[in-house]
Design a protein around this ligand. Structure first.
Ligand SMILES: [Zn+2]
Length: 253
């Protein structure tokens, strides 16, 4: 999930209705005019939207996503082959459909959901950040399965945003507040709102630290070990070369 702030958004595949067709638009379902759903497909994505007014942003979303697919794929050396479904919503639909907390600026629940219009229209920069963030969640779920701790999910999503974790590092440098990573294993949607910003910043800084210490391949190895049902502590020790509790103490002191 991406977090929404005043200035920017930093921040989770249903059945795919058809094979991807490069940059084609398909009209799906037409029982009533309001029920029409349009779809624009890229090589790796199927973007659903409400009508002709969103066609331009759907087209731009496919372009952003395809570029992000190769950028994040190269960073992780992972290239998921299953088409990834994306739904563009109005602000109201986004919160109605996803039940996301009010601070959310995007969400991945097997599909990428992004609010793109309404009172707060999304800027091109924000769209790129949100799509990159949510796409990382799709990569993480593809590699690590459903049991990946949220701090690892959100941390990697923060690091893989176009702008990297600079904002998060800056935030952490200006606060002495810390939360144990061990307390951030479950969904960030369950956190009290006043600790959300700290949780995202800390997660991104922790994952950046892991990458600096052991390389991105260690993080991907950790995700693969989590998917293979190894206990998280054992998976962490085997891939990062230290106990999780020691890493947690090191990055949150
Ligand atoms: Zn997220």
């Amino acid at each position: 999930m991406a977090i929404r702030t005043a200035s920017r958004t930093r921040d989770v595949a249903a059945a795919v209705v058809q094979a991807a067709i490069a940059t084609s638009v398909v009209l799906l379902g037409c029982s009533t005019a309001s029920a029409q759903v349009y779809e624009r497909n890229g090589a790796h994505f199927s973007v659903k939207f409400q009508g002709p007014a969103e066609e331009a942003i759907a087209y731009r979303s496919v372009e952003i996503l395809e570029a992000a697919y190769y950028r994040i794929g190269a960073a992780l050396n992972v290239y998921p082959t299953q088409p990834i479904e994306v739904v563009l919503h109005t602000q109201q639909q986004f919160f109605d459909v996803t039940k996301a907390p009010s601070w959310a600026g995007g969400l991945y629940d097997g599909r990428i959901h992004v609010p793109v219009k309404g009172a707060e229209k999304i800027s091109p920069e924000r769209l790129t950040e949100v799509l990159s963030h949510e796409l990382t969640h799709a990569f993480v779920t593809n590699v690590g399965g459903p049991a990946v701790p949220d701090w690892l999910h959100e941390g990697l999503a923060g690091v893989m945003e176009q702008s990297g974790p600079a904002d998060e590092q800056d935030f952490m440098a200006h606060t002495s507040a810390r939360m144990p990573l061990g307390s951030l294993m479950k969904s960030f949607a369950l956190l009290p709102e006043d600790s959300v910003h700290l949780a995202y910043a800390e997660a991104a800084v922790a994952v950046k630290r892991m990458i600096d210490l052991r390389g991105t391949s260690a993080v991907v190895g950790l995700l693969r070990a989590i998917k293979s049902d190894t206990s998280f502590e054992n998976a962490f020790q085997a891939n990062v070369g230290m106990r999780f509790q020691d890493f947690d103490a090191m990055v949150t002191r």
